[in-house]
Design a protein around this ligand. Structure first.
Ligand code: SAH
Ligand code: SF4
Ligand code: F3S
Length: 453
């Protein structure tokens, strides 16, 4: 579910009434954070604040942050330095840190760069309006309590315009993978009510949204608080409630990827042919140290069942290079697994020790140069595989959901296939949100190119 490249997503400006305080939100990290920023905008908007995408004229700058690796945090500290210029021209400017770094670093963030005066963790966004009002009076504030129940069920997110939307169906994570900070920054697992999710899905469809992603750190742990329905049952009801909408979800944990879930995906045409299934490593020894609860073989068995029921399903993954004690042999096993599965895509990372996690206590003993070399090996292998897979796409026909003009050439559309691949094709009177049949004619490791048929 992680995307380093979510970039700085901005919430569209609403109508601005004079004297209302204007809030600019910048979002880092995973899609959960993107979805949370929409919840924050919803909360602030109903409390009388206005959202803006003009940072220079904002009264409040909020950074919704990520702690997953050290470099994610380093990026925020750099950004804060950069934000000092806005404080120079507006001494009343309020800067706040939200999200996972707020939860992890708490009071250590107050006063950072002479800027930060409020720090709010992922389960405390309801207190933001009050905290901001205090901040305008010169009071700094910290709210970082994690909740066992908060799901923001009743909050209407202020969504960016577009054809895709997210619903966070569960929050938190109880998996405690040894390397991962998320259970500490997001707290315990809890699920949003199923009827609320279905109602929201229908409303999104009525408002012109064509694609819906159900989000959670570990969606397989979804459990409807009233009916105890599991994730496969929820997915089935959502897919049936909005049959003309594309449904995606992320992220699945391989240990919990049930037959029932795979069967449900196969059964519904509107559930996308795409699964993000983070494997992390191909070595059983490392997987055990990571507390992942599966082996390379059991992972391959899941892949086999997915491909048996959905031969065209694209599969992507996450991989960590250089976990503590990883040997050259462990690394080879990861490369072997990548070769066996042939993933359509992958997010690949160097291991980064995170305080409080179980592996923080293990020596970070793979030397930096070797870590880097292993990561490079993994990236090169994976890119070659993706290139080959995409080359074989030539001649295939896809229904492409048009997302907008191609970044490189405005005379072309960029859209996405059900398998989550970006497909570029020449414009010919279509509009954003249309579904167009396109034949693939060329490709790179990351993109397909084609023509409308
Ligand atoms: N729940 C999501 C994970 C979110 S973190 C999931 O299970 O997919 C996204 C990815 O970041 C993880 O899959 C892992 O590959 C990577 N990651 C997490 N902690 C890390 C760390 N300490 N060092 C390097 N990569 C890490
Ligand atoms: Fe982190 Fe593991 Fe939970 Fe994913 S499943 S958020 S990697 S602890
Ligand atoms: Fe997401 Fe980063 Fe937090 S990946 S859950 S924003 S640590």
């Amino acid at each position: 579910m992680y995307s380093d490249n979510n970039g700085n997503k901005e919430i569209e400006a609403t109508e601005i009434i004079p004297n209302t305080k204007k809030v600019y939100i910048e979002t880092y990290g995973c899609q959960m954070n993107v979805s949370d920023s929409e919840i924050v905008a919803g909360i602030l908007n109903s409390a009388g604040f206005a959202m803006t995408d003009d940072i220079a004229r904002s009264n409040v700058i909020l950074l919704n942050t990520c702690s997953v690796r050290d470099n994610a945090e380093a990026k925020i500290f750099k950004r804060l330095q950069h934000l000092r210029q806005f404080k120079k021209s507006n001494s009343k400017l309020i800067v706040g840190i939200l999200g996972c770094m707020a939860e992890r670093l708490r009071s250590k963030l107050i006063g950072r760069e002479g800027l930060v005066s409020i720090v709010v963790g992922p389960d405390e966004y309801r207190s933001l309006p009050e905290m901001l009002n205090h901040a305008f009076e010169g009071e700094s504030g910290i709210a970082v309590k994690l909740s066992r129940v908060e799901t923001y069920d009743d909050i209407i997110p202020l969504r960016t315009d577009g054809i895709s939307a997210w619903i966070s169906i569960m929050r938190g994570c109880d998996k405690f993978c040894s390397f991962c900070i998320v259970p500490f920054t997001r707290g315990r697992e809890r699920s949003k009510s199923m009827p609320v999710i279905i109602k929201e899905a229908k409303e999104l469809y009525e408002n012109g949204i064509m694609e819906l992603t159900l989000l959670g750190q570990n969606v397989n742990s979804y459990n409807d608080p009233d009916s105890n329905a599991n994730f496969a049952q929820l997915l089935r009801l959502v897919a049936a409630a909005v049959p003309r909408m594309r449904i995606r979800y992320t992220t699945s944990h391989p240990y919990d990827m049930s037959d029932e879930l795979i069967e449900t995906m196969a059964e519904f045409d509107n559930i996308c042919n795409f699964i993000h299934l983070p494997v992390q490593s191909g070595s059983d020894r490392i997987l055990e140290l990571m507390n992942r609860h599966y082996t390379a073989d059991s992972f391959l068995e899941r892949i086999k069942y997915i491909r048996k029921l959905m031969p065209d399903c694209a599969i992507s993954t996450d991989i960590i290079a250089g976990y503590p004690s990883e040997t050259a042999e462990d690394h080879q096993k990861t490369l072997e697994l990548i070769n066996k599965v042939r993933f359509d895509g992958a997010f690949m990372f160097k291991y980064s020790p995170r305080e409080n996690t179980k592996s923080w206590d293990m020596p970070d003993d793979v030397p930096e140069a070797i870590k880097q070399q292993r990561l490079t090996d993994i990236i090169n292998l994976q890119n070659n595989i993706a290139k080959e897979i995409n080359r074989d796409e030539r001649g295939n026909e896809y229904d492409v959901l048009v997302e907008g003009p191609s970044k490189k050439n405005k005379a072309e559309w960029q859209g996405r296939t059900s398998t989550n691949k970006v497909l570029i094709f020449p414009r010919a009177g279509e509009k954003i949100g249309d579904t167009v049949k396109v034949r693939v004619e060329g490709s790179t490791s990351a993109t397909l190119f084609g023509k409308k048929i």
